[in-house]
Design a protein around this ligand. Structure first.
Ligand SMILES: [Zn+2]
Length: 536
């Protein structure tokens, strides 16, 4: 009997420990997220269908609250309109009150799809020249502003319409000019003006999609719209490069666009937004890492309904495990200036045949500083055809060449510059041949001299295979991220002796074996899909 009593006590103690650990884990992510939300806030969206299907009953709300708490979500966006469906006022009001009572921050959202007259082009997109469309848009925002003090607009506020009404209204302007003017005017009159008339305290967020090269062509105008709206938000959904339906975007795109719009928006920039479509667990959390690494103050997980099906639950499980590390990452990068090679995309610049070249160059282990401006006193620069948008390009380039600053230039830009003498030692021509994605097949040996030249002003060299990102944060912090599906080795060589220490590895079970010899930091191994942060 004594024996079994001991066993019983041991078993009870074991159960208690298990219970305690489950309680701690369950509660601690919610508690931790509340404690850290000024560093990084985590949010989700209940789209209009989720509102109807998941938030109309007390049981549905309870499940949603529980899911959010377990996921570290402390901010919910509740959507009033999508695909010509308007969520019902009593359901919205009750959901808003219940989430507030549970301790959440609550905002609204509108997705302007299937509004009024359709464009006939991109599915669900509208003709905004049309008076009926404008009238309905106004009503949608008046309704949302009567319910919420903050409203996000999901990234369908653009147009590709070429109907007779649009053609007549466009006159002699280019489609890009016409659409930018149109969407700026519609935003002022039918969204901002209309919403503020109903609710003077309302703040409206314009969320820009991840397809930044096409913004101006479809009427997203990052200068005037960012100036007009109260806040901006950034699409960082890169999904899985190899996915048949959703693929084609490399991970670095999330970082590039988040930093680029972060500079343009400054204090107005709220955060980044990504989704589970076409992702694996690994590529899903890579979206979170790039968003946070790019200094986003918040990350929005689109959306509750989508995260409950298909790959969603597995993605969320992996993300939950990584959230404590993401808070650390946010703390390490918050507000620190980044160092590296300026990579300018002037607003409204055309990509010609170098679409998203910045994203691919970032995958080569070149630490970029995404920017809207070409600064001639940069330590190093990557210039593509986008730079032609800047009328002062030629003078700025000559200043850089004379100063001896290394300039990596695409073959496309070099061709278009024609008469300019580029036979300088500090110029490296990058052969893109109009196919930025082919840069991913450059070998380590081909990359070595490019990296060495461009990194010389920073007193360092970097050696690694392709698809290993390098980020220089502040004066004493750097990040290496292996996007490959296999172990890699890498080395960072400084001109001065340094003392590097590893301060974070993501995922927690990832491995980075570091040795140092004087100014040389050698990783004999970084495991697949692993991010390492060093302070030195
Ligand atoms: Zn039209």
């Amino acid at each position: 009997m004594i024996q079994s009593g001991r066993v019983g006590r041991l078993a009870a103690a074991g159960f208690f420990a298990l219970w305690l650990s489950v309680q701690c884990q369950g509660q601690s992510l919610w508690d931790l997220a509340n404690e850290k939300k000024d560093v990084l806030r985590i949010s989700t969206l209940f789209d209009a269908r989720n509102v109807r299907d998941n938030l109309a009953s007390e049981e549905g709300i309870k499940q949603a609250v529980e899911w959010c708490k377990q996921t570290g979500v402390t901010h919910v966006f509740i959507e009033t309109f999508r695909d010509n469906y308007t969520a019902e006022r009593p359901v919205l009001e009750r959901a808003k009150a219940r989430f507030k009572a549970e301790g959440f921050d609550v905002s609204g959202c509108v997705t302007p799809t299937k509004v009024g007259k359709l464009s006939g082009g991109w599915d669900s997109i509208s003709c905004y020249t049309n008076a009926g469309t404008q009238k309905q848009l106004q009503e949608i925002f008046e309704y949302a502003a009567s319910l919420f003090h903050e409203i996000m607009i999901d990234d369908f506020l653009f147009t590709d319409c070429q109907c007779d009404e649009c053609k007549a209204a466009r006159g002699s302007r280019s489609w890009a000019e016409y659409r930018c003017d149109l969407m700026v005017r519609v935003s002022r009159e039918r969204i901002l003006g209309a919403a503020r008339a109903v609710n003077p305290a309302v703040k409206i967020i314009i969320k820009y999609p991840q397809w930044y090269e096409e913004f101006h062509n479809r009427g997203y105008e990052v200068l005037r719209e960012t100036a007009d709206y109260d806040r901006i938000w950034v699409g960082t959904e890169t999904r899985d490069y190899n996915n048949k339906r959703w693929g084609g975007d490399v991970q670095y795109k999330g970082y590039y666009i988040m930093r680029w719009l972060g500079e343009i928006g400054g204090a107005k920039c709220g955060g980044g937004w990504f989704d589970p479509f076409g992702t694996t667990q690994d590529t899903y959390v890579e979206q979170a890492r790039q968003t946070v690494l790019a200094d986003a103050k918040e990350m929005l997980l689109f959306c509750y309904g989508a995260l409950l099906r298909d790959t969603g639950p597995a993605n969320v499980e992996k993300l939950r495990a990584e959230i404590p590390g993401l808070f650390k990452l946010a703390q390490l990068v918050r507000g620190k200036p980044i160092k590296g090679i300026i990579a300018p995309k002037p607003p409204n610049s055309d990509a010609f045949n170098e679409q998203y070249v910045f994203d691919f160059v970032g995958m080569l282990g070149l630490p970029l500083v995404p920017t809207a401006n070409i600064s001639s006193n940069a330590n190093a620069a990557f210039l593509s055809v986008h730079s032609l948008k800047d009328p002062a390009l030629s003078g700025k380039l000559q200043t850089m060449l004379a100063a001896g600053s290394p300039v990596l230039m695409t073959d496309g830009l070099a061709e278009r510059l024609g008469s300019l003498d580029l036979q300088k030692e500090n110029v490296v021509i990058l052969k893109v041949n109009g196919k930025p994605r082919d840069l991913l097949s450059l070998t380590r040996e081909q990359l070595k001299p490019i990296r060495d030249k461009l990194l010389a002003p920073f007193g360092m060299k970097f050696d690694a295979p392709n698809k290993v990102g390098l980020y220089l944060i502040g004066d004493n912090c750097l990040v290496v991220e292996n996007f490959n599906d296999k172990d890699i080795d890498a080395a960072i060589e400084f001109t001065k002796a340094v003392n590097g220490r590893q301060v974070l590895v993501l995922p927690a079970e990832g491995k980075a074996d570091l040795k140092q010899e004087g100014g040389k930091l050698v990783f004999s191994r970084i495991t697949p899909r692993t991010l390492v942060v060093l302070e030195y």
